[in-house]
Design a protein. Structure first.
Length: 379
């Protein structure tokens, strides 16, 4: 082999080796895209690997007062606040019935043991039981309807209602609709959440008498001492309610407002039998339940206490983590109490009487009407 040929071959060999090295150098970066494409997969992995867990449902629980839950009145309106929350907020709900006052403590403890997030006592008579349970269980939220505590208990929402405002309007209406010049009211028990209705009703009649120079008489109410009015001493004995109404009708009462839960339906039955007598319901709009259809022709109106709204809002606060103990006051201004529509009897009520009631409501909201200071719940 000549020296010249050897030189050519050597050059070719070196060139071949250089090309091979270049090929390897450019091939190495092809692994980089594979490495970078794996990064997004790694960053998205936690989102798909961690299961989505729904927040635990709030369980709102209720202990009834002595009447059954479906009493078409106080307990049922409170329960409606829970069922509304179940439908609209996706919460859970349950209730326990109290057949006597002896059931209050054990029913509340059963709900605590059942891990209820909110325990609601329906009524003034549960005051001591709720206070004891709330104090012993500060991590559980409580509410009580128709009562509050002073000093405030941090885990209890006390819900009270200025029902004398709406009852005042009902009394004015009753006086304006009475043909005999006698109207009546009676209570279930002589407790503040009952006597506040009766007092407001009587003062509404007084206001009508003052404006119209009339002398409509009120049976069953005592404006000086509410505990000395007429009472059934029961929230369940409809026979007693019927008897009291009959006594009042015998004394010429032609409009009666019973403040006694289901006892009031005994009064409604008596009024229907007697004829020519109107009934004013309380707590809820008595006209609405289908089972009350028989009484609709004599239901003048109802003094509504909207526990369903305040209970719904309390459950929502528990769900949102914003629950606070304290006092909630329902009144005419915030819609916590109201006079129900006149429904079937609307056309029988004179236009000027309706106008006076509308004006009175505005005056009550503006603070221009003085009610019994003993029942003033605050601003």
């Amino acid at each position: 082999m000549s020296k010249k040929l050897f030189t050519i071959l050597a050059v070719l060999l070196v060139a071949s080796m250089a090309l091979s090295a270049c090929a390897q150098a450019t091939a190495a970066p092809t692994t980089a895209p594979a490495a970078t494409t794996s990064v997004p997969a790694a960053t998205t992995a936690p989102a798909t690997a961690v299961p989505t867990t729904a927040a635990p449902k709030v369980l709102a629980c209720m202990v009834t007062d002595i009447p059954k839950v479906f009493d078409k009145s106080f307990n049922e309106t409170t329960w409606k606040g829970i069922t509304d929350a179940m439908a609209q907020l996706g919460t859970d709900g349950k209730y326990l019935t109290s057949n006597s006052a002896a059931d209050y403590d054990k029913n509340i403890q059963s709900l605590i043991d059942g891990k209820c997030n909110l325990i609601i006592g329906t009524g003034y008579l549960l005051e001591d039981a709720i206070k004891k349970a709330a104090t012993a269980n500060p991590t559980v939220d409580f509410a009580i309807v128709d009562d509050s505590y002073n000093p405030i208990i941090p885990n209890v929402s006390g819900q009270v209602f200025q029902t004398d405002e709406a009852a005042f309007l009902a009394g004015y209406l009753a006086a304006g609709m009475s043909k005999t010049g006698v109207v009546g009211t009676f209570g279930g028990m002589p407790i503040p959440s009952v006597t506040i209705f009766m007092d407001g009703f009587a003062r509404g009649v007084d206001a009508y008498n003052t404006k119209h120079s009339t002398s409509v008489k009120v049976l069953g109410a005592n404006e000086t001492d509410g505990t000395k009015g007429t009472f059934a001493n029961s929230f369940t004995d409809q026979t007693m309610g019927k008897s009291i109404a009959e006594t009042m009708m015998d004394a010429k009462a032609d409009v009666i407002m019973p403040v006694a839960g289901p006892v009031g339906y005994g009064a409604a039955a008596a009024a229907l039998e007697r004829g020519g007598v109107y009934i004013i319901g309380v707590d809820s709009d008595w006209y609405l339940p289908d089972e009350n259809a028989t009484y609709r022709p004599i239901l003048l109106t109802s003094v509504m206490k909207r526990m369903d709204t305040t209970i719904f809002n309390t459950i929502k606060a528990v769900q949102d983590g914003t629950f606070k103990g304290g006092i909630t006051i329902g009144n005419l201004a915030n819609g916590g109490v109201a006079l129900a529509p006149y429904h079937d009897l609307d056309a029988t009520i004179p236009a000027d009487l309706k106008a006076e009631i509308t004006a009175l409501q505005a005056d009550l909201i503006a603070g221009k009407v003085t009610l019994n200071p003993a029942f003033h719940l605050g601003n």
